[in-house]
Write a protein that binds this ligand. Structure first.
Ligand code: SAH
Length: 415
């Protein structure tokens, strides 16, 4: 399947007015989620369309018998046919509206104390900030933007204007959306600098008194895993004097926090990617953590070889990539989580600390706890859940769209 290019001509007649060009009527009995403020109208819920909206146009959502429900943006190419942004008929989705939403999102981060110019924070978390399809991360003076909805792509200039007015960044970089996602939306958006300039090397940002180099142009996600910020600190509180294994370490966030803030005896950090291992090495050096060793190796193989060699650790962090991409693969994912957690528990000395994470949205917190219960049963070790955490507060979850909740981080003691 080829991905159609993003239209470049101003296609949406409603772009500036923010007023609807069409009305999308739902099928009977399909309105309830939207009265409940859920922002995704799937193609299967759509009855008939009055008017002929262009992709990106403002449309009104109505019940099958014509009552206003909400206002959103149309995309004929996506299974999410309409993304909703306002639930009253008086709100126009014009430039002022997008400015307002962005200003509110930025103000929330200020309220959270995440406005240190030398720090990094997620400024916009898609549905969590009532801006479905938009992610904005700030790394020092630079912004990294990810667009996962075509309708947002057509408003990118407005969004960049608002970000520039509010923050005067040195540069705004566009990072491609996650594999597959862009295709689902009919979006073709290669990485590029949208405003200002790109940094010439890594950006250095502060996190809980530590310093991390972030590769904005080529790093994973938008360069760094901001969602784990507070979990790294929480994990580090258990590290004192322990031998720590940081599995799936990426740029070494947990490893450095455990070594420097936590006072670990030593840390072994492992990632399959050579690039990630190099970033972790550099970040350990940057923080003067001489007791961090980094290895580029497959985690499954490494866990098995450590077990075969009879190695023991006082603390193990497991932060794997998303194992479940959809509900259909949840069972396979749970088996994979079981497997690595089972081996990790075997590697832990009695009283050791397990920090185990899932960033698979379709694996619920409950599923994950059940998986740990299975590991306790199979290993004959008692697992005490000390904390079951989520993403940091700059990744808010919209209560009307719980699909946005994806991260589970359990800190447990293994007897
Ligand atoms: N803990 C990190 C984020 C980890 S993201 C932090 O706090 O920043 C998941 C990482 O797993 C990625 O860096 C990816 O390169 C790595 N990875 C994916 N598959 C792997 C495998 N089979 N073995 C080891 N690492 C793997």
């Amino acid at each position: 399947m080829t991905t159609p290019a993003l239209p470049t001509a101003p296609l949406a007649s409603s772009l500036s007015s923010g007023l609807p060009t069409a009305t999308v009527a739902l099928k009977p009995k399909r309105a309830r989620p939207f009265f409940g403020r859920h922002p995704w109208v799937l193609d299967s819920a759509v009855g008939k369309v009055e008017g002929s909206p262009a992709d990106g146009d403002v449309v009104d959502l109505a019940t099958h018998d014509g009552h206003f429900v909400a206002r959103g943006l149309w995309n004929s190419r996506s299974r999410i046919r309409v993304r909703l942004y306002a639930f009253d008929a008086a709100t126009k989705l014009d430039d002022a509206f997008w400015h307002g939403r962005l200003t509110a999102a930025i103000a929330l981060r200020r309220h959270l104390g995440l406005d240190d110019p030398a720090g990094a924070a997620r400024l916009v978390n898609s549905e969590g900030d009532d801006l479905s399809g938009l992610i904005v991360d700030r790394y020092g003076d630079y912004l990294a933007v990810q667009v996962t909805a075509l309708a947002i792509a057509t408003r990118l200039e407005t969004i960049c204007d608002a970000l520039t007015t509010a923050l005067a960044p040195k540069g705004i970089l566009l990072r491609g959306a996650e594999r597959g996602l862009a295709k689902l939306e009919g979006l073709a958006m290669p990485d590029r600098v949208i405003r200002g300039t790109a940094p010439t090397g890594p950006i250095f940002v502060q996190e809980h008194g530590l310093k991390f180099g972030v590769d904005l142009a080529e790093g994973q996600k938008t360069g760094y895993y901001l969602d784990q910020r507070d979990n790294r600190q929480a994990a580090a509180r258990h590290a004192r004097g322990r031998r720590v294994l940081d599995m799936f370490c990426y740029s070494g966030g947990f490893a450095v926090a455990c070594a420097v803030s936590g006072g670990a005896r030593s840390v072994l950090a492992v990632d399959a990617s050579d690039k990630a291992a190099a970033l972790a090495r550099a970040n350990a050096d940057l923080n003067g953590a001489a007791n961090v060793a980094v290895e580029a190796m497959d985690a499954f193989e490494k866990l098995d070889s450590l077990a075969a060699a009879g190695e023991r650790f006082g603390m193990i962090v497991l932060d794997p990539p998303k194992f479940a991409r959809s509900r259909a693969t949840v069972d396979d994912a749970l088996r994979a989580y079981h497997r690595i957690n089972r081996v990790a528990v075997g590697l832990l000395e009695p009283g050791g600390i397990l920090v185990t994470c899932s960033c698979s949205g379709s694996v619920t917190r409950d599923d994950f706890h059940q998986m740990l219960s299975g590991v306790a049963q199979r290993s004959g070790r008692s697992i005490q859940i000390l904390e079951s955490r989520g993403a940091a507060a700059d990744h808010p979850v919209n209560a009307s769209c719980l699909e946005g909740e994806y991260l589970t981080c359990v800190i447990a003691r293994v007897a």
